[in-house]
Design a protein around this ligand. Structure first.
Ligand code: HEC
Length: 119
């Protein structure tokens, strides 16, 4: 009697360990998947809405699906990274400077635009 009760307790404890382990594996996978975002994805996100006001409002960039027409088309201009960085950091003409981007965001965005404008 006592034995089978203990067995049951042990089994349910084992089951709980299993459930916890499975949840941990699941969490690990979710965490890995969400950190496996490429710089291209981040750059595109910044171009479309992360940078405020969004670059896409004023510029065309086919790879990002952006069709803005206030400023020059990135596909026509095909600026290199340094040129994008300079425009975003300091502003140019009616284009505002983006003081609220971190240096890392500025770098990722500029590299993305340079690359995507040639696609
Ligand atoms: C309000 C509209 C507007 C927004 C928003 C905007 N731009 Fe511009 N951008 C312009 C205009 C207009 C020009 C042309 C300025 C000139 O030559 O007088 C320009 C120029 C540029 C240039 C060319 C600079 C050069 O050296 O000739 C690049 C690159 C550029 N923008 C990238 C971006 C990026 C990246 C963003 C988002 C962080 C952005 N722009 C947001 C309007 C905008």
């Amino acid at each position: 009697m006592k034995n089978s009760f203990m067995n049951q307790v042990q089994r349910s404890a084992l089951l709980r360990v299993h459930v916890i382990m499975n949840s941990l594996v699941f969490l690990a996978i979710v965490t890995f998947a969400s950190t496996a975002v490429s710089n291209d994805d981040i750059g595109k996100e910044l171009f479309l809405k992360g940078a405020v006001p969004a670059c896409a409002v004023c510029h065309t960039l086919k790879a990002a699906g952006a069709v803005g027409e206030v400023g020059p088309s990135m596909n026509v201009l095909q600026p290199d990274t340094a040129r994008v960085m300079n425009a975003v950091k300091n502003g140019i003409g009616i284009m505002p400077a983006y003081a609220n981007l971190t240096p890392e965001q500025l770098q990722i965005l500029s590299e993305y635009v340079a690359k995507a404008s040639r696609q």
